[in-house]
Design a protein around this ligand. Structure first.
Ligand code: IMP
Length: 244
């Protein structure tokens, strides 16, 4: 079990974190301040074997009002700055989404909110199935040749000494029907040609090897190792990652 020291837990305002999903953590190196279990599992997988532990949150405030940027990189840094200010800790964030070429990059930075204003797809309480239904409706007249898309991930870090963002992407094709039960979000319709499967048909370690998140976070992890930021951690040196 991963433990968080009580003095660290106490510094998290209730609106940011009510409770840590793994309990109290005493040696966490990356705290993923998100309730998105898909992202937590993936970042854990990507960081495994790097002496960087990842813990997630049970409660997390919506970051919608913080995400006012016009790019993934901007939003990743806006969130990182917000949590760095709020928590007083070095902060890592994930901002990610899907861009469909024939739709001019939609849903893009609005991937999490896509379809939220339409009761037909579930309204404010909509889930991944509603988002996928909306996407497939928008793309219903597009031929197989015009269904190219990419996932993009911006992994940002803000600490007392500065800020950095690592961007990466993966190319795929949007299928006409969902396939597979793993992953989250748009994974069931994102077909990854080199492996002949959708992301939802991959195991978490297979996805981590090729995904936008795997690529961006491996670059961040490499930089973190080289930067020395993780070398002599004190209790207030811990890295906080937010991925909402
Ligand atoms: P964010 O929480 O603002 O970064 O929004 C990310 C949204 O993009 C998620 O809610 C998903 O809908 C979508 N997304 C990002 N990464 C993935 C992925 O790896 N698989 C499927 N959907 C993803």
């Amino acid at each position: 079990m991963v433990l968080v020291p009580s003095e660290l837990a106490n510094r998290f305002p209730r609106k940011v974190a009510g409770q840590f999903s793994d309990g109290i953590v005493d040696h966490v190196r990356i705290l993923l301040a998100t309730t998105n279990q898909g992202k937590i599992a993936e970042v854990r997988e990507i960081m495994s074997g790097r002496l960087i532990e990842v813990a997630g949150l049970i409660d997390s405030a919506s970051t919608e009002e913080i995400e006012t940027g016009s790019t993934f990189a901007e939003n990743a840094l806006l969130k990182a700055k917000h949590y760095h200010r709020t928590l007083g800790l070095p902060t890592v964030t994930d901002d990610s989404g899907l861009e469909v070429e024939a739709l001019g990059g939609i849903p893009g930075i609005y991937s999490a909110r896509y379809g939220i204003y339409s009761a037909r797809y579930g309204g404010p309480g909509m889930g991944d199935a509603g988002r996928i239904a909306r996407l497939l409706d928008e793309m219903k007249d597009l031929s197989d040749q015009c269904r190219g898309a990419r996932f993009i991930c911006a992994a940002g870090i803000v600490w007392e000494g500065g800020e950095k963002v690592f961007l990466d992407e993966v190319q795929g094709v949007i299928l006409k029907e969902a396939r597979g039960g793993n992953g989250f979000g748009y994974d069931p319709v994102f077909f990854y040609e080199p492996l002949g499967k959708t992301f939802a048909e991959l195991t978490s370690s297979e996805k981590a090897k090729v995904s936008h998140r795997g690529r961006a976070f491996r670059r961040l992890a490499g930089w973190l190792t080289d930067s020395g930021l993780l070398d002599t951690p004190r209790s207030d040196d811990r890295i906080v990652a937010t991925a909402d």
